[in-house]
Design a protein around this ligand. Sequence first.
Ligand SMILES: [Ca+2]
Ligand SMILES: [Ca+2]
Ligand SMILES: [Ca+2]
Ligand SMILES: [Ca+2]
Length: 437
Amino acid sequence: MTSYSASWNNVPNNEDAYSVERATSSDFSDAQEIDTTAADETAYVDRDVEVGQTYWYRVRASRADVNSGYSNAASATPLKSTVNIYATKSQTAEGGAEKGQFTIYRDGGDLTRALVVQLEVETGAGRATAGDDYDALPTFVTIPAGQKQVTLDVTAKTDEEAEDLERVVLAAKDSAAYAKGPHVSAWVQVLDKKQYIIGFSGLGPDGSKGNFGNAWLAKIVEGGVVFDYNQVDDADKWLFGNMDADSNHRISPAEAESADIRVAGFSAGGFAAAGFTRELFKDNERVHGYRLDVKIPVQVLVTLDPAGAPNLASHVHSNVQYFYNYYQQRVLPRLFMRLEDGNGKDLGQWKTLEFGTIVQGENLRSHALHDQQVRIEADMAVTTVRHQYDTDAKASETAEQRLLGVIQGDKIEHSTVPWYVATLARANLGLAPNLAY
Ligand SMILES: [Ca+2]
Ligand SMILES: [Ca+2]
Ligand SMILES: [Ca+2]
Ligand SMILES: [Ca+2]
């Protein structure tokens, strides 16, 4: 129900009151006095009407028992509100803080009264499941008196299932209380959490990328995608293209939250990897055809003997959650591993290489680095390197029998760094140590 407002000119006499009559036909054959108003009132609001029904009104002034003639008749048909639904935030990601949002609008009708809008969500293929993929939505909302809209948040729920893009499609149900507008339904995307493992190869000593270190980089990022050190732009485009769920060439906060990005690079690819992560922090900028609405976080960056290693760390952006840098120290041939996070947090832990020797105390000048490190002396690498063990080995086998590979007589040098730390680097990246060679 809604209301209709009738008005008339004040009769310049000494009336006591006005009598208001209403009918549903123009000849007033079913006229009824619905109210009287005080003297000098010139308007009446009828609050007891049905939307869509045409009413006829007339008034006459009365004084004691004497009535004036009737006013001119006026008719009105109270209109229904028209309801539309829009997705005012059209994406939400598993585990993300960004919520989706529907807004339910009404136009026309009686805004002085609350309006209840009945809702339903679609089910079926491609649709997110209420209660599993997102917190279930109510079956109705009430737009309060005096307001034209209400909002409903869509909160994604985390699950372990790898899923395609799914939608929550919300629609207004039929109701006598309102008409449905052209935007009778809207959808919010629920983005699955997706992991991206991205590696950058170095430039080999012979100008090729097919050297020992690159072969091991490829094993470290196995299951991911490898780019050359000079393909940072291609990597950006590849990643953004995969993240851009609604194909609008913008990376939204929810799309950023849907991506779990892990990056590794060897040699010149180490610099490329660090540069690549910096590209992701250019919020409110256009990067290779994609507008970044937000800084895109990187879960972990692993660099394997990047050229100019000591300078690299100071360039790693704080949005890299964890940064591991393994490098060869040229003056006294050693292999270092640094552990820190990008926020300047001391991880306070040691990683143990298979070599069995841990020496601490070396520091590099860098604001992003801390004093947690493991040092491998070159002469140890020359004599005994026990790196990979056969995980399928029989329990009765000794460690020596299970040893799969040894670099004997080799030295720690540039292209062997990924080999030495492959198992650790995979662990750093959150990957299972399933290397085989
Ligand atoms: Ca699902
Ligand atoms: Ca899900
Ligand atoms: Ca999922
Ligand atoms: Ca987008």
